[in-house]
Write a protein that binds this ligand. Structure first.
Ligand code: AHR
Length: 326
């Protein structure tokens, strides 16, 4: 572990920054004092709620292993209090950098201040916090969730261009989570024609079981649903099960648009059960390693790094699926 802000290690970090011996290139393990092999990172993950999350965890562990950086990993099981506990434990262990993907947006200021006071830089990955004090974290790496919601909405506008009335049900992500808030907002930014009505909207907690359960209830209370907007593939896949159990054909009787583009979602898109997917990439590992190496070397990092993403029609999914990594 690299000792912070003191004597020899600080000088070594400075030398690394000046000579470019470590960090910045994502080039793997570096030898010697202050190299990647001396860095210890604490990562507090949300949980294992979705295919996206599993792929994200796998990618992060792979990237840190390849870089020769020690990674302390914890799974918060979608509970903020567990994440706060994990962060406090990383502070106590004096790790070099803390990275985490916040379960929800609010309520982080106290623990982030504790990390700052201990001199431990924090990197946000995947999800944002709503803290007004941006000095509480050094960088935020992840998707533009508002844009994802807008992309889903743009497809809806085109798909239902000739319809008179469109009844939409929305399967929201975890209440209070940035992707749930932002995907709801983005969708509403562009789906503005009064012919569109969100007749029901409820959280399915980003899980397949949650999506199925909520969709079953939606189908009971809403006889005429035209479209499901699911904030992730897993909830969309759960909705497919509920729609089929109700004797309807997903993708035909009820259209479905989701976010993520994990393999199971892409397969359902190819099979015609989902109609459109907005990509949200979980492959953040290499970029996170690069940020960590730069931060430890005392180099500047960008405050906001937005992940590049695309969208998939059924035809595009058929082409992309064989080479899909996750
Ligand atoms: O924060 C990213 C979101 O979290 C993904 O879209 C979802 O699948 C995951 O659970």
């Amino acid at each position: 572990m690299i000792k912070k802000f003191t004597g020899v290690a600080a000088t070594a970090a400075m030398l690394i920054a000046l000579t470019g011996c470590a960090g910045g290139g994502g080039s793997g393990a570096q030898g010697g004092e202050g190299g990647s092999e001396d860095i210890v990172v604490g990562f507090a993950q949300v949980g294992a709620e979705s295919g996206w999350r599993t792929a994200n965890t796998t990618d992060i562990k792979r990237a840190f292993e390849e870089a020769g950086i020690e990674l302390k990993f914890s799974d918060a099981q979608q509970k903020q209090e567990n994440q706060i506990k994990a962060i406090r434990s990383y502070i106590q262990q004096q790790v070099d950098v803390i990275a985490f993907s916040p379960v929800v947006e609010s309520g982080w200021d106290t623990v982030l201040k504790e990390a700052k006071d201990a001199g431990i830089p924090v990197v946000l990955t995947d999800r944002a916090v709503d803290s007004e004090d941006e000095s509480l974290y050094v960088s935020f790496l992840g998707s533009d969730f508002v844009l994802e919601g807008e992309r889903a909405g743009e497809w809806v506008n085109t798909e239902f261009a000739d319809a008179d009335q469109v009844n939409i049900v929305e399967l929201q992500g975890t209440t209070g989570a940035a992707p749930a808030n932002d995907r709801a907002e983005g969708f509403r930014n562009v789906v503005t024609d009064p012919k569109f009505e969100v007749v029901a909207s409820q959280t399915g907690d980003f899980t397949r079981a949650g999506g199925k359960q909520v969709m079953e209830a939606f189908l009971k209370s809403n006889p005429d649903i035209d479209l499901v907007y699911a904030h992730n593939d897993d909830m969309g896949l759960g909705a497919i099960e509920a729609i089929e159990a109700a004797g309807l054909v997903p993708g035909e009787d009820i259209k479905i648009v989701t976010v993520d583009a994990v393999k199971d979602g892409m397969q359902a898109l190819v099979d015609g059960k989902i109609n459109f997917i907005v990509e949200c990439s979980p492959l953040l590992g290499d970029q996170l390693v690069e940020i960590v190496q730069k931060v430890v070397a005392g180099e500047d990092v960008e405050k906001r790094i937005v992940t590049e993403e695309t969208t998939f029609t059924q035809e595009q999914a058929a082409e992309a699926l064989p080479n899909r990594q996750y």
